[in-house]
Design a protein around this ligand. Structure first.
Ligand SMILES: [Cu+2]
Length: 463
């Protein structure tokens, strides 16, 4: 039995809850009133329904010149279609399953009603030949992504993911707005997607073929003098991107839950699996230069060698005029904790134990931990403690949190997150307030092999 099948066998007890139709809609005004996420935008645009067909099917993926592999893609594409919508719109996504196994779609980072979260805790898996309609309002501007949430180690590796961009009413002005979905592909000697090895269960599956938007080491072009907005999604099963642009400075302007309070200039930024970051790239002056889009060596595990890797290249093209305008204040991030009291309301210990087949990955000593309910409106302060020798990207479904302390040192929240890296033997304290979206939710390590091998927790949000 593979880890992913074990994962599903465990979850059958959570499947087939009755869906209350009222629970499938969220009133944006009451959501915003709870102040549990980004500052509500002024809705100046008449909301629309955005319809998208997501037919999950077997496809031939051409990931490099002369190199193809059999993959699984939404609409037969890897990544699936990039969905672009505006805050306040309602997304209606029609999942059609033409795969040989059941699937669902999780809307990573979106504040959806619980029954739209796309996990097997809230909906029956959609069988081969089946359909499911996801329908929900889009409350927040930002860079999100959607991906299969069944047998993830296989389904996401094979290509079942895509980007979702939600635009706010007054976005900063750039000369171009790009989405870059990072992935890595592990292929066998025939060039086909390799089978998962037992060792992958320990460190997570990494591949040698690095992809941006489904293409191996592409070359992008930026006009000299221009500034572009890059929205990066890390869709890798396990690979961390310690992102660098050939050592040149760039500005980080956003995270999982939209814009930061202000831009920060850096020469590198760490993007763990599942997380997003938004950058202002440029302006560059040296026409003709080729800048590496690369990962610097990052040691996330005692057992893995840290190596530099190249995702692609950025060519500086002929100079063009720029209209980019980046305001000094990008967003207001109102702290959830104002009295300095960081006393945790619960502790989540990420652990491991050796077994005959390698490792089990645990939360509070359990596989697929059942955690205590969270009450609507109450402030949650969670101490996430990593008792293992590897980093784990901690992902909370459905709610944004603020990072309020790292290794017990208080931090000032600069952005909203749904995924945060917890370094080996480290500790991250997060705060969030559950707004009124009762139902079944979960958190898990976003190294997909760790999630499948047990590093997750279920919890209900209750009124
Ligand atoms: Cu992990």
């Amino acid at each position: 039995m593979t880890p992913s099948h074990a994962h599903h066998a465990h979850h059958t007890a959570h499947v087939h809850r009755a869906v209350d139709p009222g629970a499938a809609t969220v009133d944006l005004a009451s959501l915003y009133a709870m102040q549990s996420g980004p500052t509500p935008p002024r809705l100046i645009r008449a909301p629309r329904e955005v319809h998208v067909e997501l037919d999950a099917r077997i496809t031939t993926w051409s990931y490099a010149p002369g190199r193809t592999t059999t993959a699984w893609g939404f609409q037969g594409a890897v990544p699936g279609p990039a969905i672009i919508a505006h805050v306040g719109d309602t997304l209606v996504a029609h999942l059609v399953n033409h795969l040989p196994e059941p699937t669902t779609i999780h809307w990573h980072g979106l504040r959806v009603p619980a029954v739209m979260d796309g996990t097997d805790a809230v909906q029956p898996l959609v069988p081969p030949g089946g359909r499911f309609e996801y329908r929900f309002a889009l409350p927040d501007a930002g860079t999100f992504w959607y991906h299969a949430h069944a047998n993830e180690t296989v389904q996401i590796e094979r290509g079942l993911y895509g980007a979702l961009v939600v635009l706010g009413p007054d976005e900063p002005v750039f000369d171009a707005d790009r989405v870059l979905v990072l992935d890595d592909l592990k292929v066998d000697r025939r060039g086909e997607i390799a089978r998962t090895a037992l060792f992958d269960r320990h460190s997570g599956r990494e591949g040698d073929v690095l992809l941006i938007n489904g293409q191996a080491t592409p070359e992008l072009t930026i006009a000299a003098g221009q500034v572009e907005r890059w929205r990066l999604v890390n869709a890798c099963n396990a690979r961390y991107a310690r992102l660098s642009l050939g050592g040149r400075p760039f500005r980080v302007i956003g995270a999982d839950g939209g814009l930061r309070d202000a831009a920060i200039t850096v020469t590198e930024t760490l993007l763990p699996p599942g997380a997003r970051v938004e950058l202002a790239v440029g302006p560059f002056d040296d026409v003709g230069a080729a800048i590496a889009i690369e990962s610097l060596p990052y040691k996330r595990s005692g057992m893995k060698r840290a190596r530099r890797a190249t995702w692609g290249a950025l060519r500086v093209g002929p100079r063009q005029p720029s209209r980019a305008l980046l305001p000094e204040v990008l967003a207001t991030i109102t702290p959830l904790i104002t009295d300095g009291d960081l006393t945790p309301t619960r502790t989540i210990e990420l652990g491991a134990r050796m077994t005959l087949h390698g490792h089990d990955w645990l939360v509070n000593g359990e596989l697929h931990h059942q955690d205590e309910p969270v009450k609507v409106g109450e402030l949650e302060v969670w101490d996430v403690i990593n008792d293992t020798g590897l980093d784990h990207p901690f992902h909370l479904h459905g709610f944004f949190f603020q990072v309020v302390a790292i290794d017990d040192v208080p931090t000032v929240p600069r952005a909203w997150h749904d995924t945060v890296n917890v370094v080996a033997r480290g500790r991250v304290t997060i705060a969030f307030r559950a707004d009124d979206r009762p139902g079944e939710w979960m958190y898990h390590c976003h190294i997909l092999e760790h999630h499948a091998a047990g590093m997750m927790g279920h919890f209900s949000v209750v009124r």
